[in-house]
Ligand binder design. Sequence first.
Ligand SMILES: [Cu+2]
Length: 176
Amino acid sequence: MQSIASYITLLGTVLLIGVFYFVISNSKLQEEYSSFSKKWYSFRGKWFIFLIILGTALTLGTLIPFPIPSQAKVYSSDDYQQVDVSGHQWYWTMSTDTVVAGKPVEFRVIGADVNHGFGVYNEDLELVAQVQAMPDYTNKLIHTFDEPGKYRIFCLEYCGLAHHVMMSELKVEAAN
Ligand SMILES: [Cu+2]
């Protein structure tokens, strides 16, 4: 087996030397190059412009639909439904578990002991909003629920042994 491998390696090396020898010995030959270069240089210019346009389009197309809505308050404070959220090892407390669709909700989120991740999921278990729940700091998260339904709260940051049981529910009712 060893000798077969060494023969194959030797054969490959000889072939490679042959290729090098062929290239070197032919490199002195002059050939008409201008027609070839003219054609491909013009293609290169077009290709460059194409890549610039493609890159710009991809950048704009993927950055403009920014997935996180503005967190600046644009209405008066009365227009926000406020939910105080506290993350504990290993459960959530919320000042209310029911909000109304179509009206912005301001979650005020804090961690009671360690860092937690406040994640809100829709019925298809798609993440719709999230914010860190940190000790000694109230994080504000503004989210407007478009669809009524039963939303779920999961912890998004590993916070200890029973992190995975940190689940809660949020009912979003249709606006009257
Ligand atoms: Cu956790």
